[in-house]
Every structure is written in C-alpha cells, then in structure tokens.
Write a protein that binds this ligand. Structure first.
Ligand SMILES: [Zn+2]
Ligand SMILES: [Zn+2]
Length: 145
C-alpha cells in the first residue's frame, strides 16, 4: 500500500513499526466511543475507553522504557501527538504504581471510604477477591498482584 504522507507532521524514524498497532488501537477507541451503550450503566460505558487508552500508553511505555526498541525522539513524538498519556506514564515510573490503571483510581477525593480506589488495594488485603472498580472497570492494579 502506498504511504500517504502529509507535510504537516514529520514522523520520526521507527514510526512505521509502531503505526499499525497504534492505528488498530485508535480504531478500537473510536468504536468504543461510538458504542450506543444500550442497557449499560453510564460508568460502565466508559470502561472500554479507559482500557484502550491504558493499552496505548502501556504499549509506548514498554517499547521505550522496558524493551528499549524505540528512540527517545519517537517516544516523545508519541506523547506529543497524544498516542500515550504522559501523566499516566509518569506514575508508572514510581514504585507502587507500576500497574496503575488510570489516574482517577489513585485520587483519594473520589472515594468515600478508602484513600484510593478498591482496585489499588492488594489482593491479599481485600475481602472481595473478584472486583471491578467503578471508574474504569479495573480488576486490580496493585503492584504485587
Ligand atoms: Zn485499578
Ligand atoms: Zn482506574
């Protein structure tokens, strides 16, 4: 397939390797956003969107910070272009937040009883073994789980 290149955005080297995955996730994201949400609770309708946003950020994060397969230039390009959430990635670099699902789940003010969302509580410390947090549908994202 011929590549359509615009003059507005200059794609760094290596972009063609990650583009298919990012395009696929973008397409899924659009699908989730256009989903009619019939019969779902309002918060549940947002879960797939959070999940895909998380996947995109995690993909970029892993490629750069763990697998070291992309250049700093490409990494920063992805952040600038909104392919990954740099606020979320900043948290993943901190001990205890390596698996954080979304920024909302670590904000104490959004939760009535706990200091953070139930999904942030390690599995061995919570009574319910199977959970789904209301914010993003996370099933548990404490570091040791
Ligand atoms: Zn979580
Ligand atoms: Zn969350």
């Amino acid at each position: 397939m011929p590549k359509v290149k615009t003059n507005r955005v200059k794609y760094p080297e290596g972009w063609e390797l990650i583009e298919p995955t990012l395009r696929e996730l973008q397409a899924k994201m659009r699908e989730a956003e256009n989903d009619p949400h019939d019969g779902k609770r309002k918060c549940e309708a947002l879960w797939p969107i959070f999940k895909i946003a998380h996947q995109k950020s995690r993909y970029i994060f892993d490629l750069y910070h763990r697998r070291r397969e992309i250049s700093k230039e490409l990494y920063e390009f992805c952040l600038e272009q909104g392919y990954a959430d740099h606020n979320l990635i900043a948290k993943w670099k901190k001990p205890g937040y390596e698996r954080l699902c979304c920024l909302r789940c670590m904000q104490p003010r959004d939760h009535n009883f706990q200091t953070t969302c139930v999904c942030r509580v390690p599995k061995h410390l919570r009574e319910e073994k199977v959970i789904e947090c209301v914010h993003c549908g996370c099933k548990g994202c404490a570091s040791g789980d």
